[in-house]
Design a protein around this ligand. Structure first.
Ligand code: ATP
Length: 278
């Protein structure tokens, strides 16, 4: 974490939070502070409620119990202090929107003012952040024609352009090759180091970001553990969470988990027919 933090308030504060759909509880009793500049990995099997946690922080998913605070306020609304990288969906290749326009969509209109000066300032900011993600070469091209990795860099730029104090990332490395995985995670790491942005990073795979992670929130079957990777990613802790013997192996600086998949009846389909109860 950076030595001098821009503010003392946590980037994210979660108190007694729970989320249930019908009789199924995804998680409950969740207390969590993410500090400015902290990098928190949110891990867990399919359907454990990782994306739903981000949605609760965005204010698009109502909690069943408890409260969340993000960037010093309530979630939702036009809170531009929050950057969001949604789960990657392929952009239709007929989309003719230019990369720079996609990034510009992340800007808060009134903060930059109207008129020519405002427009110039917006353009400068967009160009600056595109440069920071290494996207200048293709920013004028139609987004639909860009590669998955190029599109993902622009999505990161879109999330950063509003200068967020919290960054919510939902599987941002999905379907990227190793070089792009590294590039995108380094961009996110640089942001939190340079600007003190708190990062919540949902992922299935900790290894590509292991070197950046301060703490882990691991969700399984309504249970969770929070702690440093060395505390949470152990055979004993994960066996307890999964309710069966799971072996965590450390090989060449990477973490491999054996047995976790077979411990879960993961053939259940994901249902969306019920709304949150509150
Ligand atoms: N609005 C809703 N109504 C009912 N069930 C829902 C709703 N939203 C999510 N769910 C269910 O809650 C569970 C958790 O979903 P969520 O997307 O948060 O999981 P996840 O951990 O991000 O999973 P994955 O790793 O597969 O992306 C899933 O079983 C999903 O079907």
């Amino acid at each position: 974490m950076p030595a001098s933090l821009p503010e003392a308030r946590p980037a994210v504060r979660v108190r007694g939070a729970g989320l249930a759909f019908g009789t199924r509880t995804l998680w409950s009793g969740l207390d969590l502070d993410v500090e400015p500049g902290e990098f928190l990995a949110v891990l867990g099997p399919n359907g454990s409620g990782k994306s739903s946690l981000l949605k609760a922080l965005l204010g698009v998913q109502r909690l069943s119990e408890g409260t969340v605070e993000i960037a010093g306020g309530r979630p939702g609304g036009a809170n531009r202090a929050v950057g969001y990288i949604p789960q990657q969906r392929a952009i239709d290749d007929s989309l003719t929107l230019r990369g720079s326009d996609l990034v510009g969509l992340g800007l808060d209109g009134h903060r930059w003012g109207t008129g020519f000066a405002g427009m110039r300032a917006r353009k400068r900011r967009v160009a600056e952040v595109i440069e920071a993600v290494g996207g200048t070469r293709y920013a004028k091209q139609a987004v639909g024609r860009l590669s998955g990795g190029e599109q993902q860099r622009l999505r990161v730029a879109q999330a950063l352009v509003g200068d967020p104090s919290v960054l919510l990332c939902d599987e941002p490395l999905l379907s990227l090759d190793i070089a792009h995985q590294r590039a995108v995670s380094e961009l996110i790491d640089a942001r939190r180091r340079e600007a003190g942005t708190g990062v919540l990073f949902v992922t299935h795979e900790i290894n590509p970001i292991l070197q950046f992670v301060d703490r882990v929130l691991y969700l399984v079957n309504g249970q969770f553990r929070i702690g440093k990777p060395d505390e949470v990613m152990t055979s004993d802790t994960l066996s307890e969470l999964y309710g069966t013997r799971v072996e965590v192996l450390r090989v060449g600086g990477q973490i491999h988990i054996a047995g976790a998949q077979s411990a879960l009846c993961e053939d259940e389909p994901h249902h969306h027919e019920q709304e949150a109860v509150s």
